[in-house]
Design a protein around this ligand. Structure first.
Ligand code: SAH
Length: 235
């Protein structure tokens, strides 16, 4: 790849390119997030900072900032920016949290959480996707985001409890381990429903009590695992 061509204005080609993507991110944040009601300034700033184009497949780079999910291989997708923002905002993050993501996929949601939390663990069942996400995260210099291979329906007990848990795949029901691994005061955001459509639910744990709130309708790829759907389910 050509990386060092100097442009007529003295800027290097890769700098020009990054500036171009920065403008696309600013437009995405303005038109898809702010305009639709995402208010948390820390969340909006994280979306400005994380280079979404680095998490998509090279053939989709031109569409990286568009208002829809994109394929990332293995039948999986990187979620629509607005959905990632909605889930992130619903976690009410302050910066001192230990967070868990189930369904790391490209690593984009994990990278957003990395900007907003102290420590992030993101679990992915497909080793090839986990490997790619790990590489992207490393190349971008995150030191607080850890990608792990495994069945996230069991949570990740070795680092529990978590102040925030986000599930990026559709569950038939809330896996019990995720509620168990939530700290007191912790928030869990998860799409629950059928294989065709789900409701995004926020669970808050407080003094041993569980509060459930519905956020919005949504459509995600299936959560496959012991407390999710079976692998051979017809989609
Ligand atoms: N958050 C991702 C979106 C990935 S799509 C991103 O930002 O790109 C959902 C992902 O969940 C897929 O990669 C899928 O392989 C993964 N997944 C499904 N069931 C899982 C499970 N039980 N444990 C961990 N990952 C799972």
């Amino acid at each position: 790849m050509v990386r060092c061509i100097f442009m007529p204005n003295g800027c290097r080609w890769d700098e020009q390119r990054e500036k171009y993507f920065e403008r696309l991110r600013a437009h995405m944040v303005q038109t898809q997030l702010r305009a639709r009601g995402i208010k948390d300034e820390r969340v909006l700033k994280a979306f400005m900072e994380v280079p979404r184009h680095r998490f998509v497949l090279p053939e989709n780079i031109k569409e990286a900032h568009e208002d829809h999910p994109l394929p990332i291989g293995f039948g999986q997708t990187i979620s629509q920016p607005f959905m990632v923002a909605t889930m992130t905002e619903a976690l009410s993050l302050r910066g001192d949290e230990k967070a868990l993501e189930v369904g790391a996929g490209s690593g984009y949601q994990a990278a957003i959480l990395g900007k907003l939390c102290k420590e992030v663990y993101a679990i992915e069942r497909i080793p090839e996707l986990a490997e790619r996400a790990k590489r992207t995260i490393e190349e971008l210099g995150y030191t607080n985001v850890h990608i792990v291979v495994g069945d996230g329906t069991l949570g990740l007990p070795e680092h529990a409890p978590y102040d925030a848990i986000v599930v990026s795949a559709a569950a038939p029901d809330i896996p019990p381990a995720l509620i168990e691994q939530l700290s007191d005061g912790g928030r869990l955001v998860i799409p629950v429903g059928s294989q065709y459509s789900q409701v995004l639910i926020r669970v808050t744990k407080s003094g041993g009590r569980i509060k459930r709130e519905e956020i919005c309708a949504c459509v995600f790829v299936p959560l496959i695992g012991k407390y999710g759907w079976q692998e051979d389910v017809a989609w």
